[in-house]
Design a protein around this ligand. Structure first.
Ligand code: SIN
Length: 486
């Protein structure tokens, strides 16, 4: 059970216009570590979602009129509160999501880093002055907040995926309504509580939690007062939401699925590559869009890499997230573990060789062992689908041109990784990979300063970095004429 230093961080309701919305209908929140109910929360409906958008709309004029410094002061308060309550926030996160406490603490720091980053970056929303085609005119470019932003966020990073979107939106002068995943609402509610304590005016940050995903989704994608919609989740759901947004031509940004290749060339430092692959593959039990999905190893180092990687993977201890000695936590639920197992078993039927894992444990149906498959080919289900679980399929290749083709043979284009010490190859391969983010001799690429986002069906727009504000701003062109009149 929860053992918080500040028990008032545990909230169980939506937060609209600066108030908690208590309803009779309840939704259970399940702890993935033991399958038991952690707490039950209030279920909000379509009417409540409409009220949340309207509150954001009412709050917009005052919020957007504040100076960037005034908004930055509130964002900094929020950053400090998040870091001050890091342990409590991490505990809430682990108990509702499953990842280890150490990883959850890392996620809180990661989420807070976006708040800090955009508190600063909001002060640098520069416009432009452009030479006009005639001397009696002046062209001026202003950047203005786009308006009310709505968001739907996933269960795999219940804090950071909200922070990354909210920080940019709020710093740009937009107001915000978010619907978090119903599996992991408590982190979002704790965040709403901290926005309240930080001093954000009512209606600037709103949170709507309810199980009517279609109804709430329709409000967030179609309400006339919503100017921009942002989503992190699967490509399949993303496509439907884009279609809904099209009816009123909303600005959208999408951070969707991935199928990240992790390429190890003959000239790589193999020990470094093994460590990079472990970090990138098993983060959050493999339930991460940028996780390594397929490991492609050149023939000359295939045996050596496989041996070391299997040896290191075997050391990872699977256990409840709150157990101090666990390296990997349970998956979000039994269905997620079953889906992963299906991909594993289908690929074994097609000739993949199981070297490690490949099953759940007596700890419960959510506990899927870190798994390694060799003799995999790129068209097997375990390599062609987004796994979203702790499974490492290893594929052998011979030539650089061959591996580029294999790596790009996917509809996804989020993240890719490769290990090489040849500087010519590094530039050739980095340019040829059709992915929005490329880790070169590095398995951990996510941070607030970097532009996070994908190509192809992995989505559009960038989050974090100096580019992260662009999606929340309108460019307005002013043509100032009559300048030669005396
Ligand atoms: C994700 O899985 O969608 C986000 C992971 C990250 O920010 O690194």
């Amino acid at each position: 059970m929860l053992n918080l230093n500040d028990p008032t961080l545990l909230k169980t309701a939506s937060y609209i216009d600066g108030r908690w919305l208590i309803t009779d209908n309840q939704i259970p929140v399940i702890n993935p570590a033991n399958g038991q109910e952690l707490v039950s929360i209030c279920d909000a409906d379509v009417e409540d979602a409409n009220r949340a958008v309207e509150a954001a709309h009412r709050a917009l004029p005052q919020w957007s009129a504040l100076s960037a410094q005034q908004r930055a002061n509130l964002l900094r308060n929020l950053f400090q509160l998040m870091m001050q309550h890091q342990d409590d926030l991490a505990q809430i996160l682990t108990l509702e999501q499953g990842k280890t406490f150490a990883e959850a603490k890392g996620e809180i720091a990661y989420g807070a880093s976006f708040i800090e980053w955009f508190a600063e970056e909001g002060k640098r929303i520069y416009g432009d002055v452009i030479p006009a085609p005639s001397s009696d005119k002046q062209i001026i470019v202003l950047k203005q907040p786009i308006g009310v932003v709505s968001a739907i966020t996933p269960w795999n990073f219940p804090n950071a995926m909200i922070s990354r979107k909210a920080a940019a939106a709020l710093a740009a002068g937009c107001t915000f309504v978010v619907r978090p995943a119903t599996q992991t609402p408590l982190s979002a509610m704790a965040m709403a509580e901290l926005t309240h304590r930080a001093g954000f005016p009512p209606g600037v940050f709103n949170l709507i939690v309810g199980k009517d995903s279609q109804g709430l989704g329709s409000v967030l994608t179609q309400h006339p007062h919503v100017a921009k919609f942002t989503f992190t989740g699967s490509t399949g759901v993303g496509k439907k939401l884009i279609a809904q947004c099209a009816t009123s031509v909303k600005r959208v940004s999408m951070e969707l699925g991935g199928n990240a290749p992790f390429i190890v060339f003959d000239d790589a430092d193999i020990d470094e590559a093994v460590q990079g692959a472990l970090a990138s593959k098993y983060r959050n039990s493999g339930q991460t869009c940028v996780c390594t999905n397929r490991i492609l190893v050149q023939k000359g180092v295939y045996a050596q890499f496989c041996e070391k990687f299997i040896e290191e993977t075997a050391k990872l201890k699977l256990g409840a997230g709150m157990d101090a000695d666990s390296h990997i936590g349970p998956m979000i639920n039994a269905k997620a573990a079953n889906d992963v197992d299906e991909l594993v078993q289908q690929s074994i039927d097609q000739g993949a060789v199981l070297k490690l894992g490949g099953t759940t444990t007596s700890q419960g149906p959510n506990y899927y062992l870190p798994t390694v498959l060799t003799n995999v080919s790129n068209d097997m289900p375990i390599a062609s689908n987004e796994i979203f679980g702790p499974v490492s399929p290893i594929i052998q290749f011979e030539e650089e041109s061959e591996v580029i083709e294999l790596a790009n043979a996917t509809e996804y284009g989020l993240a890719a990784y490769f290990y090489s010490r040849d500087v010519g190859r590094i530039f050739r391969v980095a340019k040829a990979l059709e992915f929005g983010m490329v880790g070169i001799n590095e398995g951990a690429i996510s941070n607030a300063a970097a532009p996070f986002g994908g190509m192809k069906q992995s989505g559009n727009g960038r989050e974090g970095s100096r580019y992260g504000l662009d999606d929340y701003l309108e460019i307005k062109y002013l043509c100032l004429g009559g300048l030669n009149n005396t």
